[in-house]
Design a protein around this ligand. Structure first.
Ligand code: ATP
Ligand code: MG
Length: 543
């Protein structure tokens, strides 16, 4: 994976060879208006890995030029997520730290006759812009003289105009085939509180003006962004050139990553959070990095997933299976394997002496000795999974317990079910079984074969667990409906069961493989008397 080649790596290689740059400097520039999602992971991982590959560095830069939507809590969350993925930015910058410099650069444009203050209304500006078919028309303010523009821009900065009363526009080309070049807005007035600069500014730069200047100030060599900015590149280059920035960064676009049936845009994720349909940004069903972390995804699984999707010039949507199998690959040899019962039914071994129990030492993993071992308990009263028992064996493919049928209990004995006990509603509440003491696991007993092997937990060794199971947040296929109407109200299900007590001592976020079920994460809602386990992925896909 490390040596995977891609078109951006090739560009960087050439730039170093041709001595265009001596060092690669990249940046990840999130807007702090929400939590990061798995799509952002592509941008993060590619920026950091590419720079690292060439011995270069990567900055984290908050693109905080839109005070109305940005908040300190997002700044914090973004930093944590990047750290969790294993990356340490060379610098952490804020675009808002450059507001003074940006203002000066805007003044340079005005002095060169390349920017003007426009009092047209937003509707008028839109109309002047024209469309793909219709050429734009000049604003009546386009030829205001330089000295007047300088004065007006300063007045804008000093709060002499109302919000929306005027804007600063670049003077480029109203007939350009590229709409972005038709005198784009560079600054607008916003009487908004900014999380970083507080009340210092009432004018805020637009993304297309701010971003190239930010890159140039930091000496970014390759400014990687997603495909939707391709048409903005001529403007990016224009801004760097005309504001006379010393460093000239190069914008390179790559395809966005999507996952099938997964809503990824921050705007929608924010709606889900605000609607309270989910429990927050870190809800284990969310495709946010904090949601995936809480669910139990590991940084290694995410990184392998991202690298396996490659990097190309087109947007791509991959199946969620790919992410799930990255997790299985990562945890298969690393996670302790333990026995757990998700939907318990009691089994009483009628021929096992009252009060007796046996401790059986079992390794946590069949081929990873480093994980050590623990003791499990076999005793008269046990729990098995309800789905591992039926009254009558239905066919020869059925490899579980039934009346008159014998199975092996993992690491213990053969048991045979003889009788069931019902409650007054006719539900099976207990199975009466007998065990054969000759059949202990590891004894080499081979006189007969059991009808499969199932897991169990002794009531003496049973720790209570709430199991959380998840389905996709959005299930309804009808894309014409509003997202919130497509919400899958069955996307979070719980079960109350048991697990071996050994697990009770593990830490939050420890991952486990529950034998025959799947991979689970110890949720932070756990306490010492009661575990909460999130299913990360089942062993095999079940829906
Ligand atoms: P969204 O549209 O999902 O709300 P965004 O692009 O507005 O995300 P930013 O904070 O502006 O979010 O993104 C920071 C960086 O992450 C940008 O360079 C952007 O191109 C990149 N990025 C965001 N989403 C994806 C994605 N799905 N695939 C690849 N890169 C992405
Ligand atoms: Mg954005």
């Amino acid at each position: 994976m490390e040596n995977q080649s891609n078109f951006i790596k090739t560009i960087m290689e050439n730039d170093l060879e041709n001595k265009k740059h001596t060092k690669i400097i990249t940046r990840f520039p999130p807007e702090p208006n929400g939590f990061l999602h798995i799509g952002h992971a592509r941008a993060i991982i590619q920026n950091f890995e590419l720079a690292k590959h060439f011995g270069g560095t990567t900055n984290l830069r908050y693109d905080d030029t839109n005070p109305e939507k940005e908040e300190e809590k997002y700044v914090k969350a973004i930093k944590e997520d990047i750290k969790w993925l294993g990356y340490d930015p060379n610098h952490v910058f804020f675009a808002s730290d450059y507001f003074g410099e940006m203002y000066k650069r805007a003044v340079i444009l005005i002095k060169k006759g390349l920017a003007y203050v426009d009092f047209s209304t937003p509707e008028e500006i839109n109309k002047q812009r024209g469309s793909f078919e219709v050429k734009g028309t000049n604003s009546p303010y386009r030829d205001t003289e330089v000295s007047k523009n300088l004065e007006l821009f300063e007045d804008m900065k000093n709060g002499k105009f109302k919000e929306g009363e005027c804007v600063l526009r670049a003077k480029i080309d109203m007939e350009s085939p590229n709409m972005n070049m038709r005198d784009p807005i560079l600054y607008r007035i916003l009487f908004a509180y900014h999380h970083n600069t507080k009340d210092e500014w009432v004018i805020y730069p637009m993304y297309d003006f701010a971003h190239p200047i930010e890159d140039a100030i930091e000496g970014i060599t390759h400014s990687l962004c997603s495909l939707e900015f391709e048409d903005h590149r001529p403007l990016y280059d224009w801004v760097v050139r005309e504001t006379e920035m010393e460093n000239v960064p190069r914008q390179i676009e790559f395809g966005r990553l999507g996952i099938e049936d997964t809503v990824m845009s921050k705007r929608y994720l924010l709606r889900l959070v605000e609607s309270k349909l989910v429990r927050g940004w870190d809800d284990p069903r969310m495709p946010t990095l904090s949601g995936l972390r809480r669910r139990g995804y590991t940084p290694a699984a995410i990184k392998n997933f991202i690298l396996s999707t490659g990097l190309s010039k087109v947007n791509s949507t991959v199946s969620a299976d790919m992410l799930e199998s990255s997790l299985r690959d990562d945890l298969n040899d690393k996670a302790r394997r333990v026995m757990a019962v998700i939907d318990p039914i009691k089994v009483t071994i009628t021929n096992y002496p009252e009060g007796k129990y046996e401790m059986i030492d079992v390794p946590f993993h069949p081929n990873n000795e480093d994980l050590g071992s623990r003791s499990i308990v076999f005793s008269k009263e046990l729990y098995i999974d309800r789905e591992d028992f039926v009254l009558e064996k239905p066919n020869k493919h059925y490899k579980r317990l039934a009346l008159g049928i014998e199975v092996r209990l993992f690491n213990a004995y053969f048991i045979k079910a003889n009788e069931v006990i019902y409650d007054k509603d006719g539900n099976i509440v207990e199975i009466l079984a007998t065990y054969d003491e000759e059949t202990k696991s590891g004894s080499g007993f081979d006189a007969r074969k059991p009808n499969g092997t199932i897991q169990f937990v002794s009531s003496l060794n049973a720790h209570p667990v709430t199991y959380n199971f998840f389905e996709p947040l959005i299930m309804d296929e009808d894309k014409s409906k509003d997202l919130l109407d497509r919400f899958n109200h069955n996307s979070w299900q719980t079960k109350e069961g048991f697990i071996e007590k050994t697990v009770a001592y593990l830490k939050v976020n420890e991952k486990l493989q529950l034998i025959r079920h799947g991979f689970f994460n110890i949720d932070e809602d756990s306490d010492k008397d009661h575990l909460v386990l999130n299913e990360i992925v089942p062993l095999k896909k079940s829906y």
